[in-house]
Design a protein around this ligand. Sequence first.
Ligand code: SAM
Length: 224
Amino acid sequence: SDHKLDYPKTPEDMNWKKLYPGFYDEKTGKMTQNVEIADIGCGFGGLMVDLAPHFPESNILGMEIRVQVTQYVEDRITALRRKHAEDACNFQNIAVLRGNAMKFLPNFFQKAQLKKMFFCFPDPHFKQRKHKARIITNTLLSEYAYVLREGGIVYTITDVFDLHQWMAKHLEEHPLFERLDKAWEEQDECVKIMYNATEEGQKVDRNQGSKFIACFRRIPNPEL
Ligand code: SAM
């Protein structure tokens, strides 16, 4: 349960320096770049590791609710930073935060702060009465739309066809998202990375399962 979790009162209260020390400017006391990409339910962090070299100008944040898994990812990132300290990609732009992504996202991120959000192999919650626990619901989509900028992208991938249809349906019905077509998916580098990078995705490969993708663009708010 998450009653022990700390949430910043506002995004300004968040201590980003601790997570991305390489992008903290001692002189100004400000971060030199911000989180623009979020991996919701990041698990063991494989997606962030593979995205890191492609987005040197963006900080990438994994949110994960399980304590031990979060600790594992933290250690993994510390080791990568040490090993690649002198390399072009030194992994200073990825970090993990323990938290419940279904709660208080607007406490962490400013309006329109994010350009990409990933939902990779979210827990399926198969039973009907558990569907409200799914990470994509109408209410949560409005929060995701708030933290995403216009033109920002929501990526979803799952091996559970029913969940794929559920996520696609909810996103399609939401007024602030539009589905991107197969041609778009085929030319997007993040789709390729997402398809192969995550630990859950690799497990699906080993079991010769299928992977279903749906991507959506955050469209402008309608004029009032
Ligand atoms: N995305 C990773 C991957 O593809 O390998 C992990 C997939 S795993 C099936 C789902 C992950 O979401 C688990 O690690 C779980 O702890 C995490 N999770 C579930 N609900 C969450 C929530 N409300 N906030 C943050 N993480 C959550």
